[in-house]
Design a binder for this molecule. Structure first.
Ligand SMILES: C[S@@+](CC[C@H](N)C(=O)[O-])C[C@H]1O[C@@H](n2cnc3c(N)ncnc32)[C@H](O)[C@@H]1O
Length: 331
């Protein structure tokens, strides 16, 4: 089992690590990005991941290279994590969102609709699982998750069917849910993607609060990066790319679209980031051919200015039933 890192060269170019720098790899995964950084510059890398299996790999890696510092936790807290490791400010933050092949390829983690396993999907291995979500949330909540996070056109129909079916028999495994979705939507009908793709993606994003974590990570990076520090983010989903794009555009003074719902953003504040390219970097056709997972990857990056962090929060998140509520329901 391994994980082929996406857009590595472009990430290194954007991050531009120099000797002595402190870089936060907020998504250590299989360590592809961390290894690439350490190969181009003699710096220190804080290896952050919320998945205990990924952190085990990070500890092994640290045993071979003392420049790698394992720092378990969520990337939404990278400022606190860096401070706890002794770095008040850092030179670079890189995030490679989503799941690793290690996670997808392990049936027991329950991420894949192709492999039988428990309907789990929890990166951290704690908290409510995907099975808790489909078996306990209301029809409306499930429909919202499929609609907003999966952009599933048949969200309501699927949610209605799931609530009826779970009364007879709760969903417990990946293939049970995948085949239910396939039967309800009537098979693949010549399409390349499995009919359960969007539902699985939505549940994974919900269970791990991925959009919320991303927002917190951007704000934490704004606080943690020093003047001239670089933020590099690779996304695989349009919701996530939109969050990163809006964050960098507003904070670099490029966006006229300052949300009227964001009164906490200081009026006339000097830009906290400099956006060098406004467009997202995309993988080459060659890379997509070699690694189909790269297909939807988008890279955005910016350089931290010396201006104070704007702070506040972003308003890009769709309204979703809170995890808290689900936590309450399963505790
Ligand atoms: C696409 S993989 C990263 C792969 C890595 N760049 C490499 O080259 O091997 C994403 C990783 O981020 C981790 N992750 C996702 N959300 C996280 C979060 N909020 N905090 C910390 N780690 C997270 C996942 O557990 C997974 O290991």
């Amino acid at each position: 089992m391994s994980h082929i890192p996406v857009l590595v060269e472009q990430v290194m170019e954007a991050l531009a690590p120099v000797e002595g720098a402190v870089i936060v790899d907020g998504t250590y995964g299989g360590g592809g990005y961390s290894r690439a950084v350490l190969a181009v510059a003699s710096c220190r890398v804080l290896a952050v991941d919320r998945d205990p299996d990924a952190m085990e790999r990070a500890w092994e890696h640290a045993g071979r290279d003392s420049r790698l510092i394992p720092a378990p936790g969520r990337f939404g807290e990278i400022d606190a994590i860096s401070r706890a490791a002794g770095y008040e400010h850092v030179d670079g933050v890189m995030l490679d969102l989503g799941v690793s092949s290690f996670q997808i390829d392990e049936p027991a983690r329950g991420f894949s609709f192709m492999r039988e396993g428990p309907l789990d999907m929890r990166m951290e291995r704690r908290g409510p699982s995907a099975a808790d979500a489909v078996n306990r949330l209301t029809e409306g909540e499930i429909a919202d998750i499929f609609h907003y996070l999966g952009e599933e056109p048949f969200a309501r129909r699927l949610a209605r069917g799931i609530v009826q079916r779970r009364r007879l028999q709760p969903f417990e495994t990946t293939l049970d849910l995948a085949s239910y979705v396939e039967r309800t939507l009537g098979g693949r009908q010549g399409k390349r993607t499995h009919p359960a793709t969007r539902v699985f993606q939505a549940l994974r994003m919900f269970v791990n609060d991925e959009a919320g974590e991303l927002v917190r990570a951007l704000l934490a990076a704004e606080r943690a990066l020093k003047d001239g520090g670089r933020l590099v983010v690779v996304t695989f989903h349009s919701i996530e790319d939109r969050i990163v794009k809006n964050f960098l555009r507003t904070r670099s003074g490029h966006s006229p679209g300052l949300s009227r719902h964001a009164p906490e953003i200081p009026v006339g504040a000097p830009p906290s980031f400099e956006l060098v390219y406004r467009k997202a970097v995309e993988p080459s056709l060659d890379e997509v051919e070699r690694n189909p997972r790269a297909r939807s990857a988008r890279l955005r990056w910016a350089i931290r200015s010396g201006a104070p962090a704007w702070g506040g929060r972003l308003d890009d998140l769709p309204r979703l039933p809170g995890l808290k509520q689900l936590e309450g329901a399963v505790s």
